[in-house]
Design a protein around this ligand. Structure first.
Ligand code: FES
Length: 344
């Protein structure tokens, strides 16, 4: 049995098969609603059900406030209709040549940064251009069908070579393979199955508000892709990057960010470390990265914020920026990754 979902205000309609989420059905119909993790962890897909019934799943109650739940808000990546629905959501216009597809990929290069970040260069089939927005992610499809998500850290290039930043999560089935030893270690020329591109985290280029990029750890990857796209297109929007880590070594491409700050006229960079040890000799900003933004820019009402990193950081930033510093909710764009998802 299938149900019909109608989106307000666009009036677009799409069918949802029994057991399918609203988000998956929308994407299958070529309708892009805002989304990131697809597993109920980030709240990017939050939207309102105006009428109709549905099973909400477990996560909305953990992620949304009681007021939001009372107003009919839910997570569309979790909601499964049990009748026709009328929903309220901002659709995202995407170029029609950006299509989600499965394909093989070949590992071309593995370069370790510090003790726990691997930069993987992957070759996708060169015959068919892999089109995506800088900031989107792909999923590895593991042999047992499980999936792991990583953002492309570079904008699309003609030869279909993509760069991913993978942090080692000891005990994680995929990252233990990336960082393993001996026969179990990922090797150059290995073939991996991937699907993508996914996500609605990319630069809104129809806007010229100054940008705050906010990253923790490997949340730097999609922001690197966006900044490199801006450089390639001579986009002169004013931007500041706040990049946070526990120790200085977590800012594994600190030199790259410094280089942007030193060479781009409208770009600045604020590294922030929360748990430096005496031997780190850290003399820069300390504390939580999103709080450093609030200290420096108490009024964010004229900005756009692009945040990527651990869900706790993204969530705190969304709440504090919108409640305390006047950032319109529609000007906060986020990609939250769930590192726990990699643990067996
Ligand atoms: S909670 Fe639905 S996309 Fe993240």
């Amino acid at each position: 049995m299938s149900f019909k979902v109608t989106v307000h205000p666009s009036n677009h309609e799409f069918p949802v098969e029994n057991g399918q989420s609203v988000l998956d059905a929308a994407l299958a119909a070529g309708i892009v609603l805002p989304y990131s993790c697809r597993n109920g962890a980030c709240s990017t897909c939050k939207g309102k059900v105006v009428s109709g019934s549905y099973e909400a799943g477990a996560s909305p109650a953990q992620i949304l406030s009681p007021e939001e739940l009372a107003q009919g808000y839910t997570l569309f990546c979790q909601a499964r209709p049990t009748s026709d629905l009328l929903i309220e959501a901002h659709e995202i216009r995407m170029a029609s040549d950006i299509q989600i597809r499965k394909m093989p990929s070949r590992v071309m290069e593995l370069e370790q940064y510090g003790s726990d970040v691997m930069v993987i260069k992957l070759q996708l089939p060169a015959t068919d251009p892999f089109r995506y927005y800088a900031g989107q992610y792909l999923e590895f499809i593991l042999k047992d069908g499980r999936r792991r998500s990583y953002s492309m850290a570079n904008p699309p290039v003609e030869n279909n070579l993509i760069e991913l930043h993978v942090r080692h999560m000891p005990g994680g089935i995929f990252t233990d393979h990336v960082f393993g030893t001996g026969a179990t270690k990922m090797k150059v020329r290995e073939i991996l199955r991937v699907e993508g591109p996914f996500g609605s985290f990319f630069l809104r280029e129809d806007n010229d508000k100054p940008i705050v990029f906010l990253a923790s750890g490997t949340g730097f990857a999609p922001i690197k892709a966006i900044v490199e796209r801006m450089i390639a297109h001579d986009n002169q929007r004013k931007a500041v990057l706040y990049w946070g880590g526990r120790r200085p070594a977590d800012l594994y491409m600190h030199d790259k960010a410094l280089e942007w700050a030193n060479t781009l006229p409208n770009f600045s960079y604020v590294p922030v470390v929360s748990d430096a040890l005496p031997e780190d000799n850290w003399t820069g900003r300390t504390g939580f990265v999103h709080q450093a933004v609030l200290q420096d820019i108490p009024d964010l009402s004229g900005y756009q914020v692009y945040a990527c990193g651990a869900p706790i950081m993204v969530d705190s930033a969304r709440k504090d920026f919108t409640r305390l510093s006047g950032l319109p909710e529609d000007d906060f764009f986020a990609d939250a990754f769930t590192t726990e998802a990699d643990v067996v």
